[in-house]
Write a protein that binds this ligand. Structure first.
Ligand SMILES: *Cc1c(COP(=O)(O)O)cnc(C)c1O
Length: 388
């Protein structure tokens, strides 16, 4: 049996995989088991921020791998402490909880908000508002937070205490906050799975002002938008606000599983020993990789992400069959006249791997992809968008 056949036989059928087996890669190029070369415009859904097998990242990870792979959270280890320090220094957040995925990072932020609100505002204050069309993960709680009904059906009852509101109508949040005691508002500044839809600057500013005034926490889900993706270290930095908590994962580890909830001033002391935990959380190998990632994402690097994103944006803005381009930095959504998944399939034929999100083609290339490769891939994608 081929691996594709083996996978179909033994892997739970939760993914609509494309018929490609990826065997290896170098930088922004990936190679199929049949030897076919692909330009990677998805980076494993925003994970491989420096592409495949980046030398610096691989060295950082293997050095730690040869020292110690895991110690448990009963003891101190260096890599997680160093990573927490650099994350706090670069964001102004105060404390970090490490876990292993985006859903878990959101779970932690939600637990922190609930405990804070219960202690500060009393037992009935637990509701978390999220935005319609958002995505926050696949656990029963983060599904409840996800503002898209299509993910909910068949899994009810979900965790209670979540309500989604429209980002076009600030009055919906106002009415909600008048009706129930709100603990927090959780947002993606740019909705990734929702189709690369940025929230407006006015709405995000409104949220910061409104939550501040009402003693409600504001938390940003930076699982997809974080770690340099939008041209800032975290996407809220494009909006000139500071949230009370930030959750992140995907690109943080540069390819290894890690998630983090960054807690600001109000939440920094919310947890005491025993309140929360994760066996693998803060794993030294994952943290060594993440430390390398975060250290490399300096201002000069981030400016390059913005420049490269601009290059792609202007290329697509005039392309036939593409009606609009959304997003920041190297997180772009293309509204195509053709079906997005058909475009992605045609791109595979022509050696480019791209993603889709709802009815858009979604691009999340490695952040250091050379301009030449970006433009080569852009041409293949634009050609695939032509003609219905
Ligand atoms: C991917 C994603 C998640 C879930 O992350 P997992 O690591 O798959 O659990 C949560 N929020 C956002 C915004 C995401 O894009």
């Amino acid at each position: 049996m081929s691996y594709i056949e083996l996978d179909k036989r033994y892997i739970a059928d939760t993914y609509a995989r494309f018929p490609v087996e990826i065997e290896c890669g170098k930088g922004s190029l990936l190679y199929g088991a049949d030897g076919k070369e692909y330009i990677d415009m998805g980076s494993g859904i925003g994970v491989n921020v420096f592409g495949a097998c980046d030398e610096g990242w691989t060295a950082a990870v293997t050095e730690q791998l040869n020292r110690l792979q895991h110690a448990s959270n009963l003891y101190y280890t260096g890599p997680c402490a160093k990573l927490a320090e650099i994350l706090c220094e670069k964001t102004g957040m105060q404390k970090v909880f490490f876990c292993n995925s985006g859903a878990e990072a959101n779970e932690c932020a939600i637990k922190a908000a609930r405990k804070y609100a219960a202690e500060k505002h009393g037992d009935g204050c637990f509701t978390v508002a999220t935005v319609k069309n958002s995505f926050h993960g696949r656990t029963l709680t983060t599904l409840a937070a996800t503002g898209q009904e299509r993910f909910h059906k068949l899994y009810n009852p979900l965790t209670p205490g979540f309500v989604s509101v429209s980002a076009e109508k600030p009055e919906e949040l106002e009415a909600l906050a008048d009706g129930v005691k709100l603990a927090a508002v959780l947002i993606e500044c740019v909705q990734g799975e929702g189709g690369v839809i940025p929230l407006s600057k006015e709405y995000v500013e409104f949220l910061r002002e409104f939550t501040e005034k009402r003693g409600i926490l504001l938390m940003t889900d930076e699982v997809q938008t974080g770690n340099g993706r939008t041209g800032k270290l975290y996407s809220y930095m494009n909006y000139g606000i500071v949230p009370d908590a930030v959750s992140t994962a995907k690109g943080l580890g540069g390819g290894l599983p890690i998630g983090a909830a960054l807690l600001g001033e109000k939440l920094k002391d919310v947890f005491a020993p025993g309140d929360h935990g994760s066996t693998f959380g803060g794993n030294p190998v994952a943290c060594a990789g993440a430390y390398y990632v975060i250290s490399r994402l300096d201002d000069a690097f981030l400016a390059e992400v913005t420049r490269k994103g601009g290059l792609l944006k202007s290329f697509f803005e005039n392309a036939e069959g593409i009606s609009s381009v959304s997003g920041y930095g190297l997180m772009l959504g293309l509204k195509t006249e053709k079906d997005a998944r058909e475009v992605a399939k045609e791109c595979i034929q022509n050696g480019v791997l791209c993603l889709t999100a709802k009815d858009r083609v979604r691009l999340l290339p490695p952040l250091n992809t050379p301009d030449g490769l970006l433009l080569k891939a852009a041409k293949v994608i634009a050609d695939a968008c032509k003609g219905v």
